[in-house]
Design a protein around this ligand. Sequence first.
Ligand code: AMP
Length: 390
Amino acid sequence: MNKKTVKDIDIRNKRVLMRVDFNVPMADDKVTDDKRIRASLPTIQYVLDQDASLILMSHLGRPKGGSDPTFSLRAAAEALSTLINRPVKMAPDCVGPEVEAMAKELKPGEVLMLENTRFHPEEEKNDLEFAKQLAALADVYVNDAFGSAHRAHASTEGVARFLPAVSGFLMEQELEYLGRAVANPEHPYIAILGGAKISDKILVVETLLSKCDKLIVGGGMANTFLAAKGCNMQDSLVEESSLETAKEIMAKSGDKLILPVDAVIADKFDAEANSQVVDVEAIPAGWRVLDVGPKTLELYKETLKGAKLIVWNGPIGVFEFPKFAEGTFALARMLAESGAVTVIGGGDSASAVKKAGVAKQMTHVSTGGGASLEFLEGKELPGVAALMDK
Ligand code: AMP
């Protein structure tokens, strides 16, 4: 990675302002899943080990206009305090004289959690006066919030204009592994794309096709390709407006593109629907594709044999319904057993590998859904671009 990390600059005894992703699920004022907090611990620990004082900032949810206790980061601060076994002071806001005084009084090794940055509309507007006020709290800026890096907000982009700006270790890891998918991949490199719609992922399809050796397309996306090839998809999700694009992609991708040959179909879009397995050319009227079939899974297995790098984004079936989750889970297990470097692109695919019980066997599971998708499109994320180059 060509971006400086927290290890590349001297932070000893400095005040460090660190953007984390503490946008955690909550119930009854308690954090119900502390995964995102734990993901930032290596950087937090490193900063504290350098005798720096640490000021943390994050957004939480989508508060509408001003301060709102429902979206307070207080519970996240308490959860962090338990994890690092030291006090975490809670600021009443993220800017203003009281917060400035609290930041100034921090001693080496002390931690201050700022209140939700989205309590100020200036955050999402990337207002530079607001960013300057955030920057005034510290000497150095560290961004470890990969999941928010695709947004040019004051806490992810603006603030980096006023302070030396470097990445944290989580950010570094995300850039390294997702970077392989779009920069210098090991070969054979197999990319897998699923999910509902092609229209959301056209750019990803094109970027990955230009880099990989085979592109497996499954899920709702595959329906539109199959329809463009002439299969009657009956009641399946097909994007009429993307049929031409699908044809163009197939014409230039040659034998790189791997489409399903059979499917698990349903008589309605429902967890309890009747199901059967058919070839993709033989879908009866009134039925729809909700998962890939066993012949397709065999084909995937063959395709993945010997792969050095596998990148996966998007489920290949409606895995929210147990009856139609087998394709996605079987694919997750294939990745776990592949011996390849496996990179999971956040969002639904991250939750699928978790549900399949193989998340720990993956090389890297991205913490950012939207951010990983934009990264795989080959875009430079504003929160990354703002960091200092090595
Ligand atoms: P995306 O956000 O585009 O990655 O899409 C994820 C969604 O695609 C999941 O909620 C899946 O249920 C859905 N999906 C996967 N396969 C299909 C399919 N064959 N038909 C309809 N939806 C699907």
